[in-house]
Design a protein around this ligand. Structure first.
Ligand code: FES
Length: 172
């Protein structure tokens, strides 16, 4: 065997192990880098992890201003916002004011977002026909439960969502 041929031989074991480790690490970094945005897309944003809740935001992530909301919506409207954990959540306007509760817009049957039907004064799920009253109480199945309540407080010109505490007033 010539010296030139011996240079073409496979690297010694320790070099091979090192090269494999480097290659595996590089592939791992590329895979994690490629998957991160995909995984992040499917994980809803954090609610902040505090008991204080989150500020209601529009679809573009801008805080919803109470003054603008009431000036541009009917006195009994339901307005979709980003709520806790990024869930679509209705701000309830009753008698021209923001109510102290909101409604998670996710249908309790199989999770479709339930649109508000102002003409009929109820929520109608387009997926399997469940219906909810204006306060989110289920009035027609197959949905097994009413829309989930969310606590709402007006904080200056902002609206703050936080987890609902206490009993469901619709069951009284
Ligand atoms: S997901 Fe709403 S009725 Fe089935």
């Amino acid at each position: 065997m010539t010296e030139a041929m011996s240079n073409l031989e496979a690297p010694p074991m320790s070099r091979r192990v090192l090269l494999n480790a480097l290659l595996s690490g590089s592939v791992g970094v590329v895979v994690v880098g490629a998957l991160y945005p995909v995984v992040k897309y499917f994980i809803p944003p954090s609610a902040g992890g505090t008991g204080e809740g989150v500020i209601a935001q529009d679809a573009l992530g801008r805080p919803i201003r109470v003054s603008e909301l009431l000036a541009t919506h009917a006195a009994t409207d339901r307005v979709l916002a980003q709520g806790l954990k990024g869930d679509p959540t209705y701000i309830v306007i009753d008698n021209g004011a923001v109510a102290n509760y909101g409604l998670n817009a996710v249908c309790t049957h199989l999770g479709c977002v339930v649109p508000w039907n102002a003409g009929e004064n109820l929520f109608k799920c387009p997926c399997h026909g469940s219906q909810y009253a204006a306060n989110g109480k289920v009035i027609r199945g197959p949905a097994p439960r009413s829309l989930e309540l969310v606590s709402v407080t007006v904080d200056g010109d902002n609206i703050r969502f936080s987890p609902w505490q206490g009993p469901d007033f619709r069951e009284a």
